[in-house]
Unconditional design. Structure first.
Length: 140
């Protein structure tokens, strides 16, 4: 299953974001040897840098692509994105990871399935969730 999570953070560079994300994945899986990641640096400013992360439950890449359009189209303040691929046995761990990210970021958040179906949205500390979808994902 492919999902994209957009969120707002106050980090000052891609290295802070990378450290933040890797820390949360390591805490979630509890086994650093099961975590694989790679970085692709595209600019000195870090604006086009990409982080690829994979564990036994899901994988994701960081993205700045289309974030401004998403902010405008959904009228939510986001500045970063993660494109997820959730594995068959990874639904519960993905939800736990998402919850940890929500607790650790105080800005807006948006979770989309297939880049258009809105699953979750947070604005001004209010979370709107498509509970039917989350119940479906938790059953697997």
């Amino acid at each position: 299953m492919e999902m994209t999570y957009y969120f707002f953070n106050n980090f000052h560079g891609s290295e802070e974001v990378e450290d933040f994300l890797l820390h949360h994945v390591e805490n979630l899986i509890g086994n650093k040897s099961a975590l694989r990641f790679a970085k692709q640096e595209e600019s000195e400013e870090g604006e086009g840098d990409t982080l690829y992360v994979k564990c036994d439950f899901f994988s994701f890449t960081t993205t700045l692509f289309d974030v401004k359009n998403i902010s405008r189209d959904y009228d939510v303040n986001v500045n970063y994105g993660l494109e997820f691929n959730i594995y068959e046995n990874g639904n519960r761990k993905f939800i736990e990871f998402l919850g940890n990210l929500l607790k650790s970021n105080d800005g807006g958040a948006l979770l989309l399935k297939d880049s258009e179906y809105k699953i979750l949205e947070r604005r001004k500390n209010n979370i709107l969730v498509d509970s039917h979808f989350l119940m479906l994902i938790m059953k697997h």
